[in-house]
Design a protein around this ligand. Structure first.
Ligand SMILES: [Zn+2]
Length: 228
């Protein structure tokens, strides 16, 4: 979104005059200290990117809403990933079933005008353990591209852009029960809810978590390397 390419690509598809409302979600597994037996949950925080940055960074103004904590592990679930996708798919049902060619309800905007708005899932803020569950891919593999294990850690022969994951290929492999191919690509045999969201490339949703991936991850490692 910050480069503008996302806007150009997305605005091509709805009817002329439509207003895209980019939907941003954030989730992270959280330890619930007020419950016994070390209970965990996933709070799900959605917001929209049409809010000014200074307002979004002021929690008192409530720029985001808590949709609700998803229990962990979900009761009666066969696997955490299946339950996670089923729950989030239900919660975000209206985004998944958006008809991008039809008219939308007019929304009242802050500048008193009414606009035909299309809410579109545009980004998901999460740390690496979350990415692995949401993708869902094997732990240790890249959730964004199909980089082979042997090419990790700076192999110059790897062309990351050519290895981007494709959300149109995986459902076909799943339908054709080509599980060995999925296994080679480190993709789990689960029907990912996010493959069906309109105007959304699931593998481009991934946004870095500033605390874990930049401050505690990248910056810490670079400083350690410099000091050596
Ligand atoms: Zn990658």
């Amino acid at each position: 979104m910050n480069t503008g390419n996302w806007w150009w690509d997305t605005y091509d598809q709805p009817p002329a005059g439509a207003t895209i409302v980019p939907f941003i979600c954030a989730s992270d597994k959280t330890h619930l200290t007020i419950f016994p037996h070390n209970q965990h949950a996933w709070p799900l925080f959605p917001t929209i990117s049409n809010i000014r940055k200074d307002i979004r960074q002021t929690p008192k103004k409530k720029p985001g809403l808590l949709f609700g904590p998803i229990p962990y592990p979900p009761k009666g679930a066969k696997s955490t990933e299946v339950a996670w996708h089923s729950t989030v798919g239900t919660v975000l049902f209206s985004l998944r079933n958006l008809d991008v060619t039809g008219p939308r309800l007019k929304w009242n905007c802050a500048d008193i005008f009414h606009r035909q708005c299309y809410p579109v899932l545009a980004a998901w803020v999460r740390d690496y353990p979350e990415q692995v569950i949401i993708a869902p891919v094997s732990y240790g593999s890249c959730p964004v591209c199909e980089i082979p294990d042997s090419a990790l850690m700076g192999d110059s022969t790897c062309q990351t852009l050519d290895n981007s994951r494709d959300q149109h290929v995986y459902p076909e492999l799943l339908d054709e029960t080509k599980h060995d191919v999925l296994h080679t690509l480190h993709v789990h045999q689960i029907r990912n809810q996010f493959w069906q969201f309109p105007l959304c490339n699931f593998y481009h949703l991934c946004q870095p978590d500033e605390l874990h991936q930049l401050i505690l991850g990248l910056v810490k490692d670079v400083l350690h390397w410099l000091l050596k």
